[in-house]
Design a protein around this ligand. Sequence first.
Ligand SMILES: *Cc1c(COP(=O)(O)O)cnc(C)c1O
Length: 361
Amino acid sequence: MNSADQPQSGPLHVLRDEIRELAGYAVPPSAGFVKLDAMENPYGLPQELKRRIAALVAAAALNRYPDPSAPDLKAALAKEMALPRGIELLLGNGSDEIIQMLALAAARPGAVLLAPEPSFVMYRILARVCGLRYAGVPLAPDFSLDLKAMQAAIDEHRPALIFLAYPNNPTGNLFDEAAMDEMLGAASGLVVVDEAYHPFARKSFVGRLGSRGNLLVMRTLSKLGLAGLRLGMLAGSRELLAEIDKVRLPYNVGVLTQLVAVEVLRHGDVLDAQAAAIRRERSRLAKALAAIDGTTVFESAANFILFRVGQAARVCAGIKARGVLVKSLDGGHPLLADCVRVSVGTPPQNDLFLAALRESL
Ligand SMILES: *Cc1c(COP(=O)(O)O)cnc(C)c1O
């Protein structure tokens, strides 16, 4: 603490304390590794589609600002998502940016963002960055929603925003639908159902958008296979989105992102087939993991699997030494002690991972 008569010096003193106290989002270098730590789709696009994209990019009007209303892209996404009548979309530079927009719009003095824990870490980070208080409510030991604890936290904090990842990251499970409905009924603020893993779960709250005024559904193209493109979307009522849209930077989704996303969505069967392959590999990988002595595998509706293994940090280091990157979650949350998250890769990548794990035990 600096006393009042001792002025702080140096360029950092102007920054907010909560920013300086924050640990940034760490992305480890991955060159040369089999990358199974970030829930990416391991398959590329077919040559023919790549050629079309190359032609579109070459012809793009890069000297012009993008159309901030992105009508072609929104129409393609609305069709893909089967939005109910009267429900609209807001687009973000990834869904991370949408979380930030929501937090910025809701950041009245004392406002709270609430999420179960463990869940997606950006909820907590962006709450802090945007000046909201963050309330994390522990999940039950089987990673289901602890309804009583959630109810109590809602009564105590009256959260402006509740984020429910469906399925949840990093646990991989879908919360009980009836429990989610109770949250929607109990919340006085907005409830955002984050369906980042929808292609692998194929369960959705989009159908409830017409009848639940406080519900927003968020999706992304990242886990489906376009993580590098950066496109997320938020579905909700026109009235609500019109307000959130005032927070959006006008040109947040670039010309190239719009063009490429529309073209890939026109060939939606390509990514759908890849998602189906990933779902099949998920079952095979889960069975193979469960067959290894000393592992506990948790059921997943996403494109990754969470498992527990003795001395997880040491095991992950062994896996890494054998050229495969996975994510050790040990130490992140008490419920995740000795837990490891692995993305579902191609069959050969998954075999490399399984071999590296067996050798590292
Ligand atoms: C990966 C992930 C996101 C972020 O996705 P982007 O669109 O790439 O920003 C959002 N929510 C959850 C639960 C995720 O796992």
